[in-house]
Structure formats: structure tokens, C-alpha cells
Design a binder for this molecule. Structure first.
Ligand code: COA
Length: 324
């Protein structure tokens, strides 16, 4: 039965601590089923954790669906100031096409309203008519492709990159100022964009580090990097969850310095593979990654609200993220 009517026997509620293991299992099974992969396929991620990290970051942003006292799906919303995105959205396969995802999305959209998010987006499978149709019901329209790219950087420590520091090295008293400087950089790319929640989550949950690139006393760029088991990256990987460069005449050079610093960090923490996502509308950033030897491992499409020029996916923007 396919219907847009809410199913009364399905309970929609916040996801709680004791749901986490089951939520992780459903995420794995749902994606494996959709992609036609075994659940233990290495492409499904080995020891990375999106559900636990995002739930800990903000438990009130995660919605669960329950049927007959059993968890059957969940959705995770993320608050980046004026921009919000959701995912992973997953439903237990035996419940597909019964409107459960739509029942999860309705309260997710209310969360964005509560946050006053000005622009919304998501990452999905470009080849799936079902995904397109589902998200269009909630005002999301397909825009540009998004490349999730990777580069092997090896383990040799190499030379230190000048004028770079790590957030973890900053004295607690200096951290609010650094967070404010990061917001200045994101705000200069898209008014109100703010990823402090990610920087604090990494510091608080020990998920990696935030790499800071300086022009004297002024923050020029930063990269929020997950690494290690239990993070969004998993073992052996440094995943740039978000990175941004202050716009300006030398943004291209700063972007190269930032990537040098990220690669140096990856080698230092023995994560020989760097992963980063980029929206292809940010053409210069995409081209710079290709020129450095990054290759696309998978690609999807960004679906967004608003008109086709809204948001921060446009030429000249040096931001890395993929909204997965
Ligand atoms: C994607 C997913 C969350 C959808 O969950 P679901 O509960 O099956 O979705 P729903 O039943 O609420 O909605 C699907 C809608 O798409 C419609 N649909 C499906 N195929 C379609 C097509 N080819 N053209 C148009 N509409 C289509 C369905 O009819 C339904 O709409 P309706 O209720 O108005 O008839 C689920 O399939 C899943 O977990 N997939 C694997 C993980 C995944 O891909 N997650 C999303 C990543 S972005």
C-alpha cells in the first residue's frame, strides 16, 4: 500500500539512547538493500558512526518511527545556523512504500522551522525517481551533483605547514574567540552559516580535530575533520566534514594551504586516506581537488529548497561539505 496518509499505528517520537544500536542496524540494512550490497561490504563503512555522533551532538534533532514497540526508522537533522540539512533518513526495508519516511519528514521540517533555518538541503541518489519524488513533496528540488572524493596521502609525516594550528591545542579561554572567527568565515560565504556545533562536537566527543589556517592574527580558513573509529570517518580515514575559506582575492591560495594542512594532519594521525565532499557548483574547489589528486569515490545530487540561485553552492565558493 502506498499512501501519503499518516499511518495511525506508527508512532513518531524523538530517538532515545536505547534506540541507537537498532538505529545503526536499520541504517546499514536500508542502505545495503537499496544499493544491492551485503551489509558487511566495506563500502558501507566499517567502524564509522554517524548515528551515535549526531545523536550525542543534539538528541532533540533526531526523529524515530516505531511500530508495535519496534524501531522501524529514523531521521537526523543538522543545524548550521541559516542552513539546515537532514540525513541519514532510513526505514526498515519491510516497511518501505507505506509512507513512513513522509511521517518522519513532517516533524523534521518542524524542527527546521523551530531553528528558523533559511535554506535547506539534502544529499541523495541522483538515479532514484523514488528519492526525487519523496523529497519534492517537502519542497526540495534537484540542483547540482556532489562528489565525495578521496586521496591516499600515506603515513610519512612530511614538513609542518606554516601558520596552521589545531583547535584542540587552543587554551579553553581562547576557544570562544576561535569559534567566533570560524563563524565570521562561514558568514562571509553565506549569511548566517555557522558550524560551531560541529567544532564543539569534535572537541567534546574526541572525533578528530579542527584545522585552522591563519593570516597573521586573522583566521583565513578552517577544516572540521573526523578521524578514527566511532567518528564519521572510521579507521584509517580523515573525513573533512566541513571546510571553508574566507572569500577574497587569495581564496584559491588559502584553499591550497588548507588542504596541505589537512593532508599533514591526516598523516600525523595515521589516517592515510583523506575524504572530502564538494558540490560541483563550487567549480574552482572541485577543480583544485582534482588537481591535487583527489578522485571521486561516489556521487549524488544536492536537493535544495528555494530558487536555483539560493544557498552557497555557486562558483567561487571554497567550501567542502556533502550533507550526507
Ligand atoms: C528512501 C526511504 C527512506 C523511503 O522510505 P519510505 O518509507 O519507503 O518512503 P515513503 O513511503 O514515505 O515515500 C515514498 C514515496 O515515493 C513514491 N515513489 C516511489 N517510487 C516513485 C517513482 N518512481 N516516481 C514517483 N514517486 C515514487 C511513493 O509512491 C511514495 O509516495 P506516496 O506515498 O505519495 O505514494 C527508504 O526507501 C530507505 O530507507 N531507503 C534506503 C536508505 C536511503 O536511501 N535513504 C535516503 C538517503 S537520501
Amino acid at each position: 500500500m502506498a499512501t501519503t496518509q499518516p499511518q495511525p499505528d506508527i508512532l513518531i517520537r524523538p530517538l532515545v539512547d536505547r534506540d541507537l544500536d537498532e538505529a545503526r542496524r536499520i541504517i546499514r540494512v536500508a542502505f545495503a538493500t537499496f544499493l544491492g550490497l551485503p551489509t558487511d561490504d566495506p563500502r558501507m563503512g566499517r567502524d564509522s558512526d554517524v548515528a551515535g555522533t549526531r545523536w550525542k551532538t543534539d538528541p532533540a534533532s533526531v526523529v524515530a518511527a516505531e511500530h508495535a514497540e519496534r524501531l522501524i526508522g529514523s531521521n537526523f537533522a543538522t543545524n548550521w545556523g541559516s542552513f539546515g540539512f537532514f540525513g541519514p533518513l532510513t526505514v526498515e526495508p519491510e516497511y518501505w512504500n507505506r509512507g513512513v519516511a513522509q511521517q518522519l519528514l513532517a516533524p523534521t521540517m518542524e524542527i527546521f522551522q523551530r531553528w528558523d533555518s533559511r535554506h535547506l538541503g539534502l544529499f541523495t541518489f541522483a538515479h532514484s525517481p523514488k528519492h526525487m519524488a519523496l523529497y519534492q513533496k517537502f519542497g526540495f528540488w534537484p540542483r547540482d551533483l556532489v562528489a565525495v572524493m578521496a586521496k591516499q596521502v600515506g603515513n610519512n609525516p612530511g614538513a609542518a605547514v606554516p601558520d596552521t594550528t589545531r583547535f584542540s591545542e587552543a587554551a579553553p579561554d581562547d576557544r570562544p574567540q576561535i569559534l567566533a572567527a570560524c563563524t565570521e568565515v562561514t558568514d562571509a560565504n553565506f549569511e548566517g552559516l555557522e558550524v560551531g556545533i560541529e567544532i564543539r562536537a569534535i572537541a567534546g566527543q574526541n572525533l578528530g580535530d579542527t584545522i585552522l589556517v591563519w593570516d597573521g592574527a586573522k583566521l583565513a580558513a578552517f577544516a572540521v575533520c573526523h578521524t578514527g573509529p566511532g567518528s564519521e570517518a572510521g579507521s584509517g580515514v580523515c573525513y573533512v566534514k566541513f571546510a571553508a575559506v574566507r572569500p577574497g582575492r587569495r581564496a584559491d591560495e588559502t584553499f591550497e594551504r588548507l588542504l596541505d594542512a589537512v593532508e599533514a594532519y591526516a598523516r600525523a594521525v595515521k589516517a592515510p586516506k583523506v575524504m572530502a565532499g564538494v558540490n560541483l557548483a563550487r567549480r574552482e574547489a572541485f577543480q583544485a581537488l582534482i588537481a591535487r589528486g583527489f578522485r571521486t569515490e561516489m556521487q549524488g545530487v544536492a536537493m535544495e529548497t528555494g530558487d536555483p540561485t539560493s544557498g552557497y553552492n555557486r562558483a567561487g565558493v571554497y567550501i567542502l561539505d556533502d550533507w550526507r
